[in-house]
Design a protein around this ligand. Structure first.
Ligand code: DC
Length: 231
């Protein structure tokens, strides 16, 4: 459905609960732009890792902060999958940012104020004309507090881990369910307890638990809420 009125849709929630799947499908159905803000934090974490400023045991925050102006991010649509893919300094890093190494470091990078300031400014710029579906952790609370529709998506932890396991096993046969469970628990804890823009459900966000929903059912519920907002 495409109407002349274009709203802003903010989708927040815990790791691996299907936010991006929903955001992408909703954007497609509405003819809106889809932005996966987590991919931006992941690309910055990858940049820090490539430069050896971060590992499991050390983090040279100052080096990363100093070099933030050298990080250029943009999205391009992959014409075969129709998915926007992220580019870090003109290199497609869509696959690399999903590796477990990046997943295990990204929450540390996302807790830095200067990183958040840069990425929030870029996200606001990308969504300034409306007609955008953005998913992340602080979209309804910080990036677009005026969004007409805010969804807070969640699912049972064991279901989230299983979904991510099936996804990652295809490219990394050595990955274990336990490794993924530990990573999700750690990230949820760090993302919810950090000082800078922690993950919170705002009072005006609609809670959507998709533990027992398939992607099509989840999309139907979200689409119904969009239609209410457009009326
Ligand atoms: O959505 P994701 O799992 O790809 O996000 C990767 C990390 O980035 C996640 O651990 C938290 C952080 N993040 C954030 O702090 N704020 C956002 N708007 C999006 C992601």
């Amino acid at each position: 459905m495409q109407t002349s009125k274009k709203i802003t849709i903010a989708i927040d929630g815990f790791s691996s609960c299907g936010k991006s799947t929903l955001a992408k499908a909703l954007a497609e159905k509405l003819g809106y732009i889809f932005i996966d803000s987590g991919a931006m934090y992941r690309a910055v974490a990858l940049y820090a890792f490539q430069n050896k400023w971060i590992s499991d045991s050390h983090f040279e925050k100052e080096k990363l902060i100093e070099n933030l102006p050298n990080i250029q991010l943009h999205f391009e649509l992959n014409s075969s999958t129709q998915k926007p893919e992220i580019y870090l300094n003109n290199q497609n890093v869509a696959a690399e940012i999903r590796e477990i190494t990046v997943s295990s470091l990204v929450s540390k990078v996302a807790s830095i104020k200067e990183v958040r300031q840069k990425l929030v400014a870029e996200q606001r710029e990308m969504g300034k004309k409306g007609g955008v579906v953005m998913d992340g952790r602080d979209i309804g609370s910080v990036v677009f507090p005026q969004a007409e529709l805010k969804l807070f998506v969640t699912a049972k932890p064991e279901i989230r881990a299983q979904r991510r396991f099936l996804e990652l096993k295809a490219t990394d046969p050595n990955i274990t369910l336990e490794e993924i469970e530990n990573n999700l628990t750690e990230r949820d804890e760090m993302d919810s307890s950090r000082d800078e823009s922690p993950l919170i459900q705002t009072n005006d966000a609609v809670l959507l638990d998709n533990s027992d929903l398939n992607p099509a059912e989840q999309l139907e519920i979200a689409y119904g809420l969009v239609l209410e907002r457009l009326r």
